[in-house]
Design a protein around this ligand. Structure first.
Ligand code: FAD
Ligand code: UDP
Length: 383
């Protein structure tokens, strides 16, 4: 059979490989000049440093299947994401942990004392936090919220934290020990040769016709089924309107040696226009001494315009209503399945993207075995 996969990020590459391995012809298109989607990595021409072109990407997961899968296609080096944050002229560690609390309040508390202290600050009248702000006030109290989250969140989302869902903050841990690992997952690492090399190896199988710099809209051939990992509203020519996204602007600069001493520093104050600076040589500590220069990026967040790369789906009330309508159109459409972060308009970490693509492959196998290509519009509910 002949299939089309739109997008050569993790979602598209995994589906394409799976179909090709089963002897089908797969055309993979991506309008960008490279594979890897938003996880794309490349060597910076001036410094030689491996750069995460669309922002820092750290692989972390609790899913054994996703972890085993990526490791088949490239070696991962151990890497622990430790984020620093600057607030009101001082440096702290994130996520909020015992060091953050003690440094911020000028105390020397132990875990039990600190827990009681923060509980004393937390707003107990909020029992069911509905907004980001309510979540923060009920979790850490007003001082830490103001210092680390209020300004940063306004810069990141362009909205008041009272307008944002509690779920955005819920993904960050709060710890009453000195563990400053940003993630709670058991597996965490960085691909030795970058993410693009992993995706390259996934796509390296007979039967895949990869066309870069090629948009789906420009294709004239017909396919038995299309797997679409581009933006769902774009598939329907935005006929119901555009789903809102935040985009990022990166301001590159080069320095000698080591610029900031770590990979990521967040700038939490509102009067600093960028959200964070990432210094990419620190994402590859095993090779950082090889480079005499260093390359860094200041990151600015703003509402995505029509020509911008979509990064973070906003998913507020208006977008959710529009999404509902697009989901309706997608379910009525024959011969196309939507997946990935753009196809389902959800923020997805890489591991979730991979887990979902592998589950889609299981579903595809069942359909192929039944010799009926009744594939669903979505493999997971995008609501
Ligand atoms: P994408 O990578 O977006 O790939 C979709 C591809 O489709 C793109 O290459 C695009 O060019 C192409 N395309 C779209 N429409 C068309 C069309 N019509 N025709 C042709 N081509 C088309 N995850 C983590 O696990 N850890 C992290 O640290 C992390 N950091 C992140 C930081 C930022 C700033 C962002 C925004 C995301 C981060 N992520 C992280 C999430 C990660 O980027 C996603 O999980 C991953 O990119 C999803 O892969 P995908 O294949 O679904 O989509
Ligand atoms: N956040 C913040 N200050 C920080 C780090 C995070 O206010 O120093 C908020 C911000 O709103 C962000 C959310 O917490 O969107 C979730 O943080 P995470 O690190 O998961 O952000 P992402 O990876 O989505 O950029």
């Amino acid at each position: 059979m002949s299939f089309c996969v739109v997008g050569a990020g993790f979602s598209g590459a995994i589906i394409a490989r799976h179909l090709a391995e089963r002897g089908h012809k797969v055309t993979v298109v991506d309008e960008r000049p490279h594979i890897g989607g938003n996880c794309h990595t490349e060597r910076d021409a001036e410094t030689g440093v491996m750069v995460h072109k669309y922002g820092p990407h750290i692989f972390h997961t609790a899913d054994q299947r996703a972890w085993d899968y990526v490791q088949r296609f490239g070696a991962f080096k151990p890497y622990v994401n430790r984020v620093k944050a600057i607030s009101q002229g001082r440096v702290y560690t994130l996520p909020v942990n015992l060091l953050t609390i003690n440094q911020f309040f000028g105390t020397t508390m132990g875990p039990k004392e600190a827990r009681a202290f923060i509980e004393g600050k937390a707003d107990k009248t909020i029992t069911n936090p509905r907004s980001f702000e309510e979540q923060a006030l009920s979790m850490i109290g007003p001082e830490l919220y103001r210092a680390f989250f209020y300004g940063y969140t306004r810069k990141q989302w362009g909205l008041e934290p009272t307008e944002l869902p509690a779920s955005i903050l819920k993904r960050l841990p709060l710890r009453f020990n000195y563990d400053d690992n940003y993630f709670n997952h058991p597996y965490q690492g960085m691909p030795e040769e970058g993410y693009t090399a992993i995706v390259q190896n996934i796509l390296n199988v007979e039967g895949i016709d990869l066309r870069l710099g090629c948009s789906f809209e420009s294709l004239e051939e017909k396919f038995q089924h299309v797997f679409y990992t581009g933006p769902i509203d774009r598939f329907f020519q935005f006929k119901l309107g555009r789903l809102g996204y935040r985009t990022l602007d990166f301001e590159r600069f080069v320095d000698e040696g080591d610029h900031q001493g770590t990979a990521v520093i967040n700038y939490c104050d509102e009067n600093v226009p960028f959200t964070r600076i990432s210094e990419h040589k620190h994402f590859a500590p095993w090779e950082q001494d090889k480079f005499s220069k260093t390359v860094c990026f200041r990151e600015y967040s703003r509402l995505a315009g029509e020509k911008d790369v979509p990064y973070y789906p906003i998913r507020l009330v208006n977008e959710k209503q529009m999404l509902e309508s697009y989901i309706g159109l997608a379910r009525a459409e024959k011969g196309v399945s939507f997946l990935g972060r753009l196809g389902t308009y959800r923020y997805l970490d890489m591991d979730v993207t991979i887990t979902e693509a592998l589950a889609a492959c299981d579903r595809i196998d069942a359909a192929l075995q039944a010799k009926e290509l009744d594939l669903p519009a979505f493999f997971v509910d995008p609501d």
